[in-house]
Design a protein around this ligand. Structure first.
Ligand SMILES: *Cc1c(COP(=O)(O)O)cnc(C)c1O
Length: 380
C-alpha cells in the first residue's frame, strides 16, 4: 500500500480478529458494561440525590469497606477520599504530608509532577530528586533531613513498575499507585500513604483521589494541621479524613464515579480479591510481552523484564513500521487509545492491561497489530 496516499480506514481488520472490547487506554480506561448498566438501574434513587443523605453515603461506605477488605488493611489504617484526582492529591500532600523536605524518585511524567509541586512550594525546602533514564527506575537512599520518601509503583508514562517497600522501618513512605492499585501487589505495612484514582484498575471515571493511610500517615496529617501552616480547605487532608469517617467528601463528589468504582471493588472481591486481579493483569502482561519477544518488528521498551509493568505495556516498533499509523488504523477499526505517552516521543504502542481488560482481548489485540503491520507492508 502506498504510504503517501494511505488512509487509516483503508485497512479493515477481519471481524474474527477483533477483541470483544476495543478499549486499551491507560486512563481513562475500560469501564465494564455491566457496571454502566447497574448505574442506569440506580438512576432514579441515586444519581441526582444528596451526597449528605444515606443513599449516597451508603455507597461511599461500601466503597471504603470494600477497599479495606481488598487491601486487607490492618486496624488503625484508614481509607480517605477527596475530590480532584491524584494530581490534586500531590497539592494536598505539599500542604498536609511533607513537613519540610521530600525525596522523589523521578522516572517519567507522573513522578516528575509530584516533585515539581514540592519544588514550587515556598514553605518547603527544595526536594531531593533522584532520577533515572526513561525505561528504568531509580532507587531511594536514606537522607538525614528528608521527612517523606515518594515514589511511583507504576510509571504510566513509560510502563516501568517497581515494588513497594520501605527504605527503613521508620521511613515515611508515600506511594503514587494511581495506575497500579488493584492491579499490582501491595502490603499495607510497606507504605504510610498509598494513593490512587478510579479511572485505571478501578474501571470508573476520574475526578476522585483515594488514599490508604497508616496510623503514621494519619498522625502526620494532624501534626502538620496543628502547626497552623496555611492549608487551603479543598486541599486539607485533615478535613478529608474527618469527612471520610462520615462517608462523605468535603465538597460534592461525582456520584457516578463513586458508584462505578464501588462496583469494581465488589467485582474484585466476588472473584477472589486482589490476588485474582493481580493474576489477571499478569496473565495479560505475559501475553503482550511474550508476543513482543517473539515478534520480528516489536519489542518491549523496558529492557529489564523485572521492571516491565504488568498493567501498562510499552512496546517499541522498528523504524520500518510507522507506529502512529498502526494506532490510527487500530482506531479506525474500533481499537482505541494505543498511542504512547506523547512526551516520551517514541515509535511505540502503549497498551493498558488493567484488571477490567480481558486477557483474551490483549491476545486478540496482538493479532490485530500483526494484521495491520502486514497490511501496511503490503503483505495482505
Ligand atoms: C493517571 C496518573 C496520575 C494522574 O491522575 P489524575 O487522577 O488524572 O490526576 C498520576 N500518577 C500516575 C502514576 C498516573 O497513572
Amino acid at each position: 500500500m502506498d504510504r503517501e496516499t494511505m488512509n487509516p480506514t483503508d485497512i479493515r481488520i477481519p471481524l474474527e480478529l477483533l477483541p470483544g472490547d476495543g478499549r486499551f487506554g491507560s486512563g481513562p480506561s475500560k469501564v465494564r458494561p455491566e457496571a454502566v448498566s447497574a448505574l442506569v438501574e440506580r438512576a432514579q434513587d441515586y444519581l441526582g440525590t444528596s451526597h449528605r443523605q444515606t443513599a449516597v453515603r451508603d455507597v461511599v461506605a461500601q466503597l471504603r469497606a470494600g477497599l479495606r477488605e481488598l487491601f486487607v488493611l490492618p486496624a488503625g489504617h484508614e481509607v480517605v477520599l477527596g475530590n480532584g484526582g491524584s494530581t490534586t492529591f500531590w497539592d494536598a500532600a505539599v500542604f498536609g504530608l511533607i513537613e519540610n523536605k521530600s525525596q522523589h524518585l523521578v522516572f517519567g511524567e507522573f513522578s516528575s509532577k509530584f516533585a515539581e509541586a514540592a519544588a514550587a512550594a515556598p514553605h518547603l525546602a527544595a526536594p531531593e530528586i533522584i532520577d533515572s533514564p526513561f525505561g528504568t527506575h531509580p532507587l531511594p537512599h536514606a537522607s538525614e533531613d528528608v521527612d517523606l520518601y515518594a515514589f511511583t509503583q507504576n510509571e504510566t508514562s513509560t510502563g516501568v513498575a517497581m515494588p513497594v517497600d520501605r527504605l527503613a522501618s521508620d521511613a515515611f513512605t508515600v506511594v503514587d499507585a494511581t495506575s497500579s492499585a488493584g492491579g499490582m501487589f501491595f502490603d499495607p505495612q510497606k507504605a504510610d500513604v498509598y494513593y490512587f484514582a478510579p479511572q485505571k484498575n478501578f474501571a470508573s471515571d476520574g475526578g476522585l483521589w483515594i488514599a490508604l493511610m497508616s496510623p503514621a500517615g494519619l498522625d502526620r496529617v494532624s501534626k502538620l494541621k496543628a502547626t497552623g501552616r496555611h492549608i487551603p480547605a479543598s486541599l486539607d487532608l485533615e478535613l478529608a479524613v474527618e469527612n471520610s469517617r462520615k462517608e462523605q467528601t468535603y465538597n460534592t463528589p461525582a456520584l457516578a464515579t463513586i458508584f462505578l468504582m464501588s462496583l469494581q471493588v465488589e467485582w474484585f472481591l466476588g472473584n477472589g480479591g486482589l490476588d485474582w486481579a493481580v493474576r489477571r493483569c499478569e496473565e495479560s502482561a505475559s501475553i503482550l510481552y511474550g508476543w513482543a519477544d517473539r515478534s520480528s518488528y516489536a519489542h518491549p521498551f523496558v529492557a529489564d523484564p523485572e521492571d516491565r509493568s504488568p498493567v501498562v505495556g510499552t512496546i517499541d516498533l522498528d523504524e520500518t513500521v510507522d507506529a502512529p499509523m498502526v494506532s490510527k488504523v487500530l482506531r479506525a477499526n474500533g481499537i482505541l487509545d494505543t498511542e504512547p505517552y506523547r512526551k516520551l516521543g517514541r515509535n511505540q504502542l502503549r497498551i493498558a492491561m488493567y484488571a477490567a481488560i480481558e486477557p483474551s482481548d490483549v491476545a486478540a489485540l496482538t493479532g490485530c497489530v500483526d494484521h495491520v503491520v502486514g497490511a501496511l507492508r503490503g503483505e495482505s
